[in-house]
Design a protein around this ligand. Structure first.
Ligand code: ADP
Ligand code: ADP
Length: 230
């Protein structure tokens, strides 16, 4: 039983653009599946159908056997972390307050939140004492993305949707983030859909790699080594 299933899923935007064709794809629990393909091949649209930011025009998306279209978007999104390129941290809140947003919403007490925030910051390679009190603009781009990852992980999501999360980070910082994220995934076993246009990143991070082409067509989904040698 896959954790995420695309079943004849398609999205045509109102202007007639076919973003995602007729897609059948299963994502196993704990798997890190990378989605790679040129710009415009429907990768973001695909991700956004999982957390209902986009509704499919045909077919369905199942999470844990349930059609997402039948679920309350707010509850659905509580179980799904979402990380995008420009993470959109709250600029007037400290790093710790940004990460605390989710536990805060869940009504945790101060002490428990503080412990959780510190744990999350350490998990993504930041120091709670040093980085916790800073404001987003006082961090590097790579550090901001780490905070975004920490914030997305705060609710212990079963699924993480990551859309070019390291796309705006310089090559060196990017490599460090990839290694860190790989380690985090091994440790937590969260099911991850990870979008990138960088085949090296897709192959490095993915347990499997799904290759898309224009029109949101799935060309191949296979182990990194098979994708490389095809
Ligand atoms: P990718 O993430 O692979 O770059 P997208 O899912 O962003 O692909 O886009 C797939 C196609 O759908 C592109 O042709 C894009 O221009 C189009 N598209 C994306 N969002 C919209 C929208 N809101 N309205 C119309 N067309 C869109
Ligand atoms: P507020 O006034 O909104 O409560 P605080 O900065 O005092 O803002 O705290 C926001 C949340 O972040 C609190 O739950 C607090 O426990 C946590 N927090 C604040 N600073 C840190 C830090 N350096 N490390 C870990 N957690 C922190």
């Amino acid at each position: 039983e896959p954790l995420i299933r695309f079943e004849g899923t398609a999205k045509t935007y109102p202007d007639g653009t076919v973003a995602v064709g007729d897609l059948d794809l299963d994502v196993r629990e704990h798997e890190l599946l990378t989605l790679v393909g040129p710009s415009g091949s429907g990768k973001s649209t695909l991700l956004r159908m999982v957390n209902r930011l986009v509704e499919p025009t045909a077919g369905r998306v199942l999470v844990d056997g349930r059609d997402v279209a039948t679920q309350d978007p707010v509850l659905l999104r509580r179980g799904i972390g979402y990380v995008i390129q420009d993470i959109g941290l709250f600029p007037h809140r400290t790093v710790a307050q940004n990460v605390a947003t989710v536990p805060g919403l869940l009504g945790w007490d101060r002490r428990r939140t503080q412990d959780r925030v510190a744990e999350l910051l350490r998990l993504v390679g930041l120091d709670p004492t040093v980085h916790g009190p800073r404001y987003p603009h006082e961090l590097s781009g790579g550090q901001r993305q780490r905070v975004g990852v920490a914030r997305a992980l705060a609710a212990n999501p079963r699924v993480m949707l990551m859309d070019e999360p390291f796309g705006a980070v310089d090559p060196e910082g990017r490599r460090a983030l990839q290694e860190e994220f790989s380690r985090i995934h091994d440790e937590l076993g969260t099911t991850v859909l990870f979008v990138t246009h960088d085949i090296d990143e897709a192959v490095l991070l993915g347990d499997r790699v799904a290759v898309f082409s224009q029109g949101g067509r799935l060309e191949q989904v296979d182990s990194p080594i098979r994708v490389l040698t095809r």
